[in-house]
Design a protein around this ligand. Structure first.
Ligand code: PEP
Length: 261
C-alpha cells in the first residue's frame, strides 16, 4: 500500500499582510523546532494571499524552512488581458507546489461553477502545480441529498480530462462546517472521504486512489484533528481559522503527539 504523507494545509484566506506573514512563518518554524517536530512526518502547507507569496517564498528559501507553499486560486487562462487574474505560471515561478481550487468561498462569492473548477484544475496541471480540489455540500444539500452526492458529483467534473498519473489533492469541506465551529464527526468525514477515494479510483485508477491524499476541512482545531487522522481515508486537513494562530496550527501539525494516535 502506498504511503500517503499526511498533509496539514493552512488556508490564510484574506488574512495576514506580507509583514505579518514573515513574523507568522518564523514563529511557526521556531515553535515546531522547539517542540522537536519531526520534519517529514507531516507535510506543512501554507496558502497565503497572493501579495505575501514572494515574501514567504524568500523566507522559506533563505532560512531553509521545510514548508510547502501554494496559492489560494489561479486563473484558468495562462496569460493575457485578464485584469486581476493570476496565472499558474506566476505561482510556479514563486516555487508554489500547490494551488487551492474550488474553495466554497470561490464557488459562492465568485460564482465558480464545476466547469470553471475543472478548467482551473487543467490550468494548474499545465503549469506543474498540484491542485487542491475542494468539494463539499451545503447544509441545504445535506438535507436534500445526503452528505456525499454533491461532493462526489463535483469531484467527477473536476477530474474530467485529468491524466491518471497527475498529482492531485482532494479536500472534502462540508460548507456547513467551514468557520462554523460545527465540525463534521470523524465518521462523517471518513464516510465521504472514502466515497471520494472511490471516485478517484474509478476515474484515475487504483494507483491514483492509493497515492492521492484526501483531506478533511471544516472547523478543524488542535482538539479534534487527531480524531480525523485516525480515519483510514483522511490523510490530512485543510485548516482555515485555526491556521492563523501559531500555537494552534503548530498543535494541529503535531497531532501525532496527541493522546491515542
Ligand atoms: C476553510 O475555509 O477551508 C476552512 C476549513 O475553514 P475553517 O477551518 O475556519 O472552518
Amino acid at each position: 500500500m502506498a504511503v500517503r504523507t499526511p498533509f496539514i494545509a493552512g488556508n490564510w484566506k484574506m488574512n495576514l499582510d506580507h509583514l505579518q506573514a514573515v513574523a507568522f512563518v518564523q514563529k511557526l518554524h521556531w515553535t515546531l523546532k522547539e517542540a522537536g517536530h519531526e520534519v517529514g512526518s507531516v507535510e506543512v502547507g501554507l496558502f497565503p494571499p497572493f501579495t505575501d507569496i514572494r515574501t514567504v517564498q524568500t523566507l522559506l528559501d533563505a532560512d531553509k524552512i521545510p514548508f510547502s507553499l501554494g496559492g489560494q486560486d489561479l486563473s484558468m487562462k495562462d496569460s493575457g488581458a485578464y485584469t486581476g487574474e493570476i496565472s499558474g505560471a506566476f505561482l510556479k515561478k514563486l516555487d508554489c507546489g500547490y494551488v487551492i481550487i474550488g474553495h466554497s468561498e470561490r464557488r459562492d462569492y465568485h460564482a465558480e461553477t464545476d466547469e470553471v473548477v475543472s478548467a482551473k484544475v487543467q490550468a494548474a496541471l499545465r503549469h506543474g502545480l498540484t491542485p487542491v480540489i475542494c468539494v463539499g455540500e451545503t447544509a441545504a444539500d445535506l438535507e436534500e441529498f445526503g452528505a456525499s452526492a454533491v461532493p462526489v458529483g463535483q469531484l467527477r467534473v473536476a477530474l474530467e480530462g485529468v491524466p491518471s498519473a497527475a498529482d492531485i489533492v482532494v479536500a472534502y469541506e462540508p460548507v456547513w462546517a467551514i468557520g462554523s465551529g460545527q465540525a463534521a464527526t470523524p465518521e462523517q468525514a471518513q464516510d465521504v472521504c472514502a466515497k471520494l477515494r472511490e471516485v478517484i479510483v474509478d476515474v484515475l485508477g487504483a494507483d491514483a486512489g492509493e497515492r492521492t491524499r484526501v483531506l478533511y476541512g471544516g472547523s478543524v482545531k488542535s482538539g479534534n484533528i487527531a480524531s480525523y487522522m485516525r480515519e483510514p481515508d483522511v490523510d490530512g486537513a485543510l485548516v482555515g481559522g485555526a491556521s492563523l494562530v501559531v500555537d494552534e496550527f503548530a498543535a494541529i501539525v503535531r497531532y501525532q503527539k496527541h493522546v491515542g494516535v
